[in-house]
Design a protein around this ligand. Structure first.
Ligand code: GRF
Length: 206
């Protein structure tokens, strides 16, 4: 059973998917602490409703490194084995990445390395992509860049808007994030350079 810490900034639907998959036993883990840099993030309410510790940390007036130090202390206090970024909008400092390398995951709403950044769904539509999707990856020092754990594909239809595509992608996010965490908890994931080797499981969903 692993202890999971989740960093959030917003509504927390991926957090909810992770909590649900722990509660149902799909993932052998527990979301022990949820940390938000936004005081009114709905994700904090979701955490409280499920008995996870819910912490708001204010980044105002702090350097990125100092703020990440505070986060690291809170995570260490809860003995977390895995950190999941779930709609967390702040950039992560290099020392934080170093300290937890191989133990921090993120979910991104596009098929990386295509369309990194804040507008994955809009960028895919504007580029004319016919297939997009989502990616769970380990964090490294560059944004939306680290070794890929799982990807799911989603068709882009001609009448898709940013919102409709985001909705289709989100459904898949809620499937592959728990699956990636499940595989981590089972000790199946091994990082080999840019690649994540998954012992006998699959890293894709269509
Ligand atoms: C998701 O689309 C995720 O891929 C991106 O931010 C969004 C967070 O949504 N990183 P939620 O807060 O999990 O509902």
């Amino acid at each position: 059973m692993i202890n999971i810490g989740v960093l959030v900034s917003g509504r927390g639907s991926n957090l909810q998917a992770l909590i649900d998959s722990c509660e149902s036993g799909y993932v052998d883990g527990k979301v022990v602490v949820v940390i938000s840099d936004k005081k009114d993030a709905f994700a904090l309410e979701r955490a409280r409703n499920h008995g996870s510790s819910a912490t708001f940390l204010d980044s105002n007036g702090k350097t990125r490194e100092d703020f990440d130090d505070e986060i690291a202390k809170e995570l260490d206090n809860h003995n977390v084995d895995l950190i999941c970024l779930a709609g967390y909008m702040k950039l992560i400092s290099k020392p934080f990445v170093k300290k937890f390398y191989g133990k921090i995951m993120n979910i991104h709403p596009a098929l990386l390395p295509s369309f990194p950044g804040l507008h994955g769904q809009k960028d895919a539509i504007e580029w004319g992509a016919k297939i997009s999707g989502c990616t769970v990856h380990f964090i490294d020092e560059e944004v939306d860049h680290g070794p890929i754990i799982m990807q799911a594909a989603v068709p882009v239809d001609e009448d898709d808007t940013e919102d409709t595509l985001a909705k289709k992608i989100l459904e898949k996010e809620h499937k592959i994030y728990p699956k990636a965490v499940k595989m981590f908890a089972q000790g199946k994931l091994r990082i080999d350079g840019r690649r994540v080797i998954i012992g006998g499981d699959s890293g894709y969903l269509f």
